[in-house]
Design a binder for this molecule. Structure first.
Ligand SMILES: *[C@@H]1O[C@H](CO)[C@@H](O)[C@H](O)[C@H]1NC(C)=O
Ligand SMILES: *[C@@H]1O[C@H](CO)[C@@H](O)[C@H](O)[C@H]1NC(C)=O
Ligand SMILES: *[C@@H]1O[C@H](CO)[C@@H](O)[C@H](O)[C@H]1NC(C)=O
Length: 523
């Protein structure tokens, strides 16, 4: 069933599995751990001594100004459930949590297109993430069905007469109810032409593979709105994920030391009239720097011969050496922004952007290639860095332990509640978060990889020069609305279809219809 997985997507899925092969016990790991602590030691030294003004801090933590967009909640009369269902649509979703999330949204829309009843999507066990959690283990299924009840009919399970339609059934032979040939980004018409007849004949159609099988372009508006409704309203995590997330958020906003200070140092607290900027706020850093990514990028991460050899060997084993980047030099790759940022480089970026050493930084991450030795470069700059483990007890984490999708769900939840979200590398989590936070108009910093690559190559750059370039190069990368271009994902770029220009009355009087042009222009 995974035969159709696109190579590019697959690459994004590989990480943790291989990272975990190289855990502490293996002797080969010793070489991997030779990562240098500071590769950009000159900049890092200055960064450690950085001073940030109150003004800088205040600007950094100020929420995004309203950009004149609001979620489109217009009803166009199309959201009614058809009186008679044409049959059942079943999908099997592969990938990690965030890829499955997009598949769920698309599945609802496909059921809508076909006037069919959707069976709660089945989540495949991914060979990389190894989590067998079902939809109901991750998402609040009753909330899901209820929010969509006026749009699409959804059932938790197939009725008995169709109980034969299982993964095993499709895995053992060619079956007429299996739709195997959906092209990537198939149109609504493709489903009407190819799936409707199957529904009519059998009353059921099982679509697999289904990831990325519905186009983003030339879709009727009401279907795009439905996609948005699923993604941003219907999909809520199960209560225990939300409760753990809330506990983490609460601890990030109210660190114990500050609480103690209030009681122990009451007088000081009272006389300190100027509250610290950024107090009670926190940022989430999604750091993806695993062996898979490091090897695939074919960049040099400063771990010397041993590391370069280990990564080259890995490329050979996993991709047979067929990695496009390996034909370029490290310098070329860096200046094109094609090298993932190391924890140290992310740290320097954040320091340059004005995050001081009292920043509450939540690390949303799985294993980091090079382990604590690499992370320590980041921790030096941000001593108050936290993660699930440092903030919650083992008992509190019992229900999510070892479950990649639930761990990712908690990170997603905390990420959605952070004052600032930064993703150190592109990928499914980054895209999902950028889209969702755009929808809520929240600050999200997107690193300018090409700029950073060039700055890190320059060995004579001073800290003030570095900082100035970084600040300048990230002015427009903090959550400003970007319109979706053809082929781009609606889930990453919800503007225009999902968000609509908010027409304030007085502006309409002043500018009339030009306001649309105006907002499109400032993006
Ligand atoms: C779905 O139902 C609507 C009316 O409820 C109808 O206009 C449309 O043709 C139907 N489509 C299919 C594929 O059955
Ligand atoms: C932050 O840096 C200042 C000096 O710039 C230092 O005095 C202070 O101890 C540092 N705080 C932490 C938590 O490391
Ligand atoms: C490094 O940066 C400095 C200061 O901006 C600049 O003068 C110099 O030309 C840069 N060097 C390279 C190799 O780009």
């Amino acid at each position: 069933m995974r035969g159709g997985a696109i190579a590019g997507v697959f690459v994004l899925l590989l990480p943790i599995f291989f990272a975990s092969l190289f855990s502490h016990a293996s002797p080969t790991i010793l070489k991997d751990l030779n990562a240098p602590k500071f590769r950009h030691s000159r900049l890092a030294k200055s960064a450690l001594l950085r001073q940030t003004s109150n003004e800088e801090q205040s600007e950094l933590w100020t929420p995004l100004a309203h950009q004149g967009w609001k979620p489109c909640t217009e009803s166009d009369g199309a959201s009614t459930v058809p009186e008679k269902s044409e049959g059942y649509v079943q999908v099997f979703l592969d990938g990690g949590l965030n890829q499955q999330r997009m598949g769920i949204c698309d599945a609802v829309v496909v059921a809508k297109i076909l006037n069919a009843t959707l069976v709660i999507p089945q989540l495949e066990v991914n060979p990389v993430w190894q989590d067998s959690s079902s939809f109901m283990d991750i998402f609040d299924v009753d909330h899901f069905i209820n929010v969509l009840k006026d749009d699409v009919s959804i059932v938790k399970e197939l009725p008995d007469e169709f109980s034969w339609s299982t993964r095993e059934y499709y895995g053992t032979a060619i079956r007429p109810t299996r739709i195997k040939t959906a092209p990537v980004h198939a149109s609504a018409n493709w489903y009407l032409e190819n799936v409707s007849p199957v529904l009519q004949s059998y009353g059921i159609a099982a679509i697999a593979p289904f990831s990325h099988r519905l186009t983003f372009d030339n879709m009727p508006k009401y279907l795009q709105h439905l996609r948005c409704k699923v993604n941003f309203q219907a999909l809520a995590f199960v209560p225990h994920v939300r409760h753990l997330g809330d506990a983490l958020i609460n601890r990030l906003r109210n660190p114990p030391s500050e609480g103690n200070m209030v009681s122990n140092n009451y007088l000081r607290e009272v006389t300190d009239l100027k509250p610290k900027q950024g107090a009670g706020k926190f940022a989430v850093l999604h750091l993806r720097f695993d062996k898979d990514m490091a090897a695939h990028s074919a960049c040099d991460f400063g771990g010397g011969k041993a590391e370069n050899l280990a990564l080259a060997k890995y490329r050979q084993v996993i991709w047979g050496g067929r990695v496009i980047n390996s034909q370029f030099t490290d310098e070329e790759l860096r200046s094109q922004g094609r090298c993932p940022l190391t924890p140290e480089e992310v740290g320097l970026l954040l320091a340059a952007l004005g995050f001081d050493n009292s920043t509450r930084l939540y690390l949303a991450s799985h294993k980091v290639y090079g382990g604590e030795r690499r992370i320590s470069a980041l921790r030096n700059l941000f001593p108050l860095m936290e993660d699930k483990k440092s903030l919650a007890s083992s008992e509190e984490r019992a229900l999510i332990k070892g479950k990649a999708s639930l761990l990712a769900a908690v990170d997603y939840y905390v990420g959605m509640h952070s004052d600032i979200f930064v993703s150190a590398s592109p990928g499914n989590m980054h895209n999902a978060m950028v889209g969702h936070r755009t929808y809520n108009n929240m600050k999200t910093i997107r690193p300018n990889m090409a700029l950073l690559g060039q700055l890190f190559l320059n060995k004579t750059l001073t800290w003030p020069e570095f900082q100035e370039s970084v600040v300048e190069g990230h002015k427009n990368r903090q959550g400003q609305i970007r319109l979706r271009k053809p082929k781009q994902s609606l889930y990453t770029y919800p503007a225009t279809e999902i968000l609509m220009v908010l027409r304030l009355p007085y502006r309409s009087v002043l500018f009339g219809p030009q306001i649309i042009v105006y907002y499109a222009y400032i993006m």
